[in-house]
Design a protein around this ligand. Structure first.
Ligand code: NAP
Length: 275
């Protein structure tokens, strides 16, 4: 691609951004769509100053990641109702100077699950965790009428999310009482370098269960390895990452994202198939 005076700018705001795969994914997509735009890692320790810069420079759209997904909300002109309920924004669209906030993690998680299982009324889904990702997953599942049950290490945070979702809460390590058809693991337990830990007791993993771990480093977490060996259907964190990115591109450009190319690009960056 050629960078010239008309090149538009997108980026990701967060700290730290050392391992982010968003630039590699979005630049591949923007190029494939024939757009004269680039996407950069915009690491910042000051989100308020960064947002002043976004307005001053006319940055066209942003991803927002840890630790700013909640902090950015009061700095926006408008936030859609799903992101407001979740309490986190991971996508900003600059519409003629007005900054609009959305949460595409929710749609990403749902689209990833629906690649292998149809989520409908009464699908019993156990969500492990009660942080930002769990909130996005919980609200997304409820848009489909699924039955959600929350398990979290800190009961107060887990109960608060269960209250917001008007759903059940189970204490940590009591997951087997949920009798779920789907488990969605949203904590960092099992993520590199903590690769020998599994946040779910093995006894919960029975054949026919669908288990999604939203971590994708390592490619197969301890949880997913155990789940596979016990006859569960497994999904790692990559499909969610690709679909949340695809939803961002749709919001920014109104174009259909090249999902297969985005997935292949990120897999290549992660070295999938080389190990
Ligand atoms: P967060 O808001 O900090 O929440 C973390 C959650 O994990 C909390 O519920 C916390 O429980 C729990 N937790 C943390 N350490 C734990 C431990 N040692 N044992 C048990 N529970 C523990 O983080 P987040 O934004 O939800 O992100 C969580 C993970 O999802 C990250 O690894 C992130 O990279 C990943 N993620 C992936 C995607 C994707 O597209 N695949 C998208 C978003 C996020 P307490 O309440 O007890 O502290």
């Amino acid at each position: 691609m050629t960078i010239n005076q008309q090149t538009g700018l997108y980026g990701v705001l967060g700290f730290p951004l050392t391992h982010t795969l968003s630039p590699v994914m979005h630049n591949a997509a923007l190029t494939a769509l024939g757009l004269n735009d680039v996407y950069l890692a915009l690491e910042t320790k000051d989100i308020t100053a960064a947002m002043t810069g976004v307005r001053a420079l006319g940055i066209k759209g942003l991803s927002v990641t840890i630790p700013y997904k909640s902090e950015v909300i009061p700095l926006l002109d408008e936030v859609d109702s799903l992101a407001t309920n979740i309490g986190a924004v991971n996508t900003i669209v600059n519409r003629e100077g007005r900054l609009l906030g959305y949460n595409t993690d929710a749609w990403g998680a749902l689209a990833a699950l629906e690649e292998v299982i149809s989520i409908g009324h009464r699908t019993r889904c156990l969500v492990i965790g009660a942080g930002g990702a769990a909130r996005a997953v919980g609200f997304a599942l409820q848009t489909k009428g699924a039955g959600v049950i929350i398990v979290n290490r800190s009961p107060d945070k887990g109960q608060a999310l269960a209250r917001d979702l008007n759903c059940d809460f189970l204490p940590w390590a009591e997951e087997d009482r949920a009798e779920a058809e789907v488990i969605i693991q949203t904590t960092p337990v099992g993520m590199y370098p903590d690769i020998d830990n599994c946040p779910v007791p093995e006894s919960v993993l029975r054949p026919g269960l669908t288990v999604m771990d939203i971590i994708y480093n390592p490619w197969e977490t301890k949880l997913l390895g155990l789940a596979k060996s016990r006859g569960c259907r497994v999904i790692n964190g990559l499909p969610m990452f690709i679909h949340q990115g695809g939803a961002q591109l749709r919001l920014w450009t109104d174009l259909e994202p090249p999902l297969a190319l985005m997935r292949a690009t990120v897999e290549a960056a992660l070295g999938v198939g080389r190990h």
